[in-house]
Design a protein around this ligand. Structure first.
Ligand code: BTN
Length: 266
């Protein structure tokens, strides 16, 4: 489908901001709204109301029901960066879960380019700064007239304080005494880098060692002792590797290696 052009009706998007958008390969309609429940939900609704592959990026000033991985909420007050971007897929990609890691890499590289600040990826989807969560990524798949991935990215830019439950684990640029990047520039840079990783490096088909090496270099989790729980399974060990499949390897005290593909490490 790459290279196709068409008109994408955006009726699903509460109408008033943009009625239609012309898309073409790598050219996206950009939708900017003051408030939404969740930018990921909006893009999913657009996809479900479109006859064509949807190349859209939607950004909101705030979200009333921002969502995180594993059914969690993502606090999204004014001042933060919240956007979602669609990636129509062919269905032949062999490594779709890798998209979340690539997105993390794009976020880290964009932040470093614009601010000189080095952030890290807590496997698989959290962005860490100074041992605290600066942001996160939620990747969802929509199956409607083909397959489309929706990558939602949230970054805390200006929050000075957080609710008590997350005060010790969350942070923002301002909280760390760092001038936050311009939102528009950050969205542009992240998307540029992620597009390159997805479309030019074809990383979802063939994850090369260079990209995995970059991910390891950016990993907050490698070398840390972690607990991992999924359903009724619970283990503790050291994260010793990130594989080309996107899996994290946890080495248990008896030397057994366990590859994990989903869930959360703490
Ligand atoms: C996480 O922390 O587990 C992921 C957070 C992802 C937040 C972004 S903000 C834009 C998009 N819309 C959502 O509802 N969530 C993602």
């Amino acid at each position: 489908m790459r290279g196709d052009r068409g008109v994408c009706p955006l009726n699903a998007l509460k109408g008033e901001y943009i009625m239609y958008a012309v898309f073409s390969d790598r050219k996206r309609s950009i939708i900017s709204v003051p408030v939404t429940d969740s930018a990921n939900n909006d893009i999913k609704n657009i996809i479900k109301s479109s006859e064509y592959p949807v190349f859209t990026l939607l950004t909101a000033e705030r979200q009333t029901s921002g969502r995180g991985r594993l059914g969690r909420s993502f606090l999204s007050p004014e001042g933060g960066l919240y956007f979602s971007v669609s990636y129509p897929l062919t269905g032949e990609e062999t490594n779709i879960p890798f998209l979340t890691l690539l997105s993390g890499l794009a976020v880290n590289e964009a932040i470093e380019k614009l601010t000189g600040t080095r952030t890290l990826i807590k496997w698989p989807n959290d962005i860490y700064l100074n041992n605290k969560k600066l942001g996160g990524i939620l990747t969802e798949l929509v199956t409607f007239r083909g397959l489309t991935a929706v990558v939602g990215i949230g970054i805390n830019l200006t929050e000075r304080d957080f609710p008590e439950e997350i005060r010790d684990i969350a942070t923002s640029f301002v909280r760390e005494g760092i001038t936050p990047p311009d939102k528009g520039e950050l969205i542009k840079k992240i998307t540029e880098i992620l597009d390159r990783l997805v479309y030019e490096e074809y990383s979802l088909y063939n994850v090369n060692d260079d990209i995995t090496a970059k991910l390891k270099e950016r990993s907050y989790s490698l070398g840390k002792t972690v607990s991992y729980r999924l359903a009724d399974e619970s283990i503790t060990g050291v994260v010793t590797d990130i594989k080309n499949t996107g899996a994290a390897v946890i080495t248990l005290p008896d030397g057994t290696e366990k590859e994990i593909f989903c869930g959360e490490i703490i």
